[in-house]
Design a protein around this ligand. Structure first.
Ligand code: OGA
Ligand code: MN
Length: 207
């Protein structure tokens, strides 16, 4: 069987989201692009550009050791060619979600995340209590040759009461609805890199 094309992968994500509220696509990003993204994340980390992630937003933001242990850097368009290629791939997905599921996704925000060995992110929901613009969450993993015994799975708590554990394997994109999918990141025995992002809708107009 031929490997799926990029547009076939996008179609599967759209169908999975409509049916189950989540999707995993292996090889969403090529091996070359994933390696470049991992190198860019390491470069930024070496330059001290990653900061301890907080929870909440705006002035309500706090760093709480027991909740999440990752270090992040928000992406800016134009920061690196590989980052712009990633943003382009995700923009194609945004347009497909709008075309087929009428989600009205207006923009995309995304950050590198580096979890040192032992770091985790406790069970949470991505949509903020005071801001409901985040509609669809995405995570692209950047870790070559990840083994199950190294831990670090993303555990999704599904609508039917079951759990799904997904390994952070290089090139794999996980997509899920931000509002109603609790999830957590389990600790790993090695460093764990990803690009986490959110497609956002327009802010609701105050009445
Ligand atoms: C997050 C998150 C999941 C992952 O950053 O909100 O849940 O697998 N990340 O990195
Ligand atoms: Mn999350």
């Amino acid at each position: 069987m031929n490997p799926a094309t990029h547009s076939e992968r996008i179609t599967r994500i759209v169908d999975d989201l409509a049916e189950h509220g989540w999707s995993r696509q292996r090889l969403f990003a090529s091996q070359a692009l994933t390696l470049e993204l991992a190198a860019e994340c390491h470069k930024q980390s070496a330059q001290g550009a990653l900061t301890r992630a907080g929870t909440g937003r705006g002035s309500g933001q706090q760093v709480r050791e027991g909740v999440r242990g990752d270090h992040i850097q928000w992406l800016e368009p134009g920061q690196a060619v590989c980052c712009d290629q990633y943003l382009q791939l995700l923009n194609e997905l945004r347009l497909a979600l709008n075309q087929h599921l009428y989600l009205g996704l207006e923009d995309f925000e995304s950050h590198f995340a580096l979890y040192p060995p032992g770091a985790f992110y406790q069970k949470h929901v991505d949509r903020f209590r005071d801001d409901d613009r985040r509609a669809v969450s995405t995570v692209l993993y950047l870790n070559p040759e990840w083994l199950a015994e190294q831990g670090g799975a993303l555990r999704l708590y599904l609508r039917d009461g079951s759990c799904q554990e997904l390994l952070p394997e290089a090139g794999t994109l996980v997509v899920f609805l931000s509002a109603d999918m609790p999830h957590e990141v389990l600790p790993a025995t090695r460093e764990r890199l990803s690009l986490t992002g959110w497609f956002r809708r327009r802010a609701a107009m105050p009445l």
